[in-house]
Structure formats: structure tokens, C-alpha cells
Design a protein around this ligand. Sequence first.
Ligand SMILES: [Fe+2]
Ligand SMILES: [Fe+2]
Length: 293
Amino acid sequence: MSGNMNQMPEIVVRAIPFDFSENINPVWHPGRPEWSHMVNGGSLAMPYLEPFLIKTVREALKQASDPSLKADVYGFIAQEGHHFKNHRRYNDILKQGAYPDLAEVEQEMEADFKRLQSKSLRWRCAYTAGFETMTMGITEWLIGDRRDLFKNADPSVSSLILWHMVEETEHKNVAFDLYQHLYGSYLPRAFGLIYASWHVMKFSRKAYIRMLIKDGLWHDMRSRWRLYKMIARAFANVGPALVKSLLPGYHPSKVKDPDWVIRWAQAYAGLQENEIPLLDTSDPDIPAHFAAS
Ligand SMILES: [Fe+2]
Ligand SMILES: [Fe+2]
């Protein structure tokens, strides 16, 4: 890969067997319990959200006629499949440990995604394209602010999240292009973006509230203040990307990918098969290269 920023990154399928210790601290960022649980809440949603996205594009694929788009959709399906399987392993540790009642949030998500299955394919494609577009704002934020958001944090959780963000960048165009190819109408796409962002945020929030209650922090005013500041920071970072993506004429390929993503992919290409790309979170820059294992 040349590292040329105008070149679209390839969709590379990486079956990474992340290995989470059973003794992992769910507050994986020291000193940032609220942030840790916000991310844990997002992680809990992945094994419900991502299979829904996969099912949707798989169904839409039957109507697609563009061969290169179809190839990209297969890449999307494979990447998303590995994402939620890794998240599920981490989530299982959260449930087996301190937070067994997260299973109730999972049941709610299962029922709700089943309900969404009865929506039209266009609606589900708009949800998928919308969610994927929103993710780009999160990626930009997490990678840009990685020095603060992952500094001295647990390397396995940090590496899981940042790997996920890299691959979201690699397949950022796919769901959008698929929606445009099959439907193209603006309003359902805009609605899908807003609905999907709200929908996933709602369940992530339910999950982090339960974890903060269990940790005795939910009624702690200093913790609540830190939580609200973090939520405000998320909105401040993701909001502008969302607004831009709502403009007619928007295309995800017009958004420049973070250089770090390209460097991460290059570093990963140098690993052996099944090696886990563990980042060094003790290095203040969190560079895109991996500890030798
Ligand atoms: Fe994903
Ligand atoms: Fe994705």
C-alpha cells in the first residue's frame, strides 16, 4: 500500500482472535470509569446490531447488480462478522463477572432488532447506511483523541476498539453505496441516520447505567458530572460529522481517512496469521504498531 491518502483503503478481512483475560477490569481505562462503561455499553450492542446490518445487506445483495459493489458487500459482511464475535467474547466476561443483569438489556435488544426485521428492506438499508455513516464520526474522534481516550488503558480492550474503528474506515462506503444503488432517495437515508444513531445510543445508555449503578457511581455527583462531560465531548466530536453527512450530495469517500488507519493496516500486514494486534497504550502517542508477541 502506498499510503496515498486519495487511495481508498482495501477491505481486508482479519479474523483476529482477541484474547480477554477473565480477570479483566471492566473499568479498562484507569481514572475514567464513566468512559469505560460508555464503551462497554456500545460493545454490548454490537452482537445485536451487527448481525442486523449483515442480514440487511445480505438481503439487499440479491437485488444489486454492480459486481464491484457486490464484492465490497461481501467484505463488509466478513468484517462485521469478526467484529461482533470479538465483542461478544468481551461482553460475556462482563456478564460472567460483575454485571450479570446486562443479560436483560441483551434480551431487550434481541426483541427490538427482531421487531426491526419486519421493516421494509429500504428502511433497513437506510438504517444500515445511517449507522455506518455515524460511525465515521466516532472513528475520527477515537483515533484523533486516542492519546487521551486510551492512554494507559487495558491494551486488549483498546486494541479491540481501535481495530474495529480501522475496519469501519475501510468499509465506510459500502452500506452508503448499496443504499444509493438500490434506492437513492434522500429523506429515508437521513431518517435512517438519525434513527440508527438514537437507537444504538439508547441501548448503550441502558447498559452503562446498569454498570454505573452496580459500581455505586450512578448517584455520585462527581461521577455524573464526568459522565455528562464525556457525553458532551462525544456530541461535540461526532455532531459536525453527522451534520455534514446529512447534507445532500454527501459521500463518505469525500471524508479523508485518518493517517493512523493506514499505518495500522500496514503494521497489521507485517504480523503473522492469528497474531493479535496489541497496541502499546503506555506509549503516549499510541502509535500504530504492535507489541511483539
Ligand atoms: Fe463493525
Ligand atoms: Fe461497519
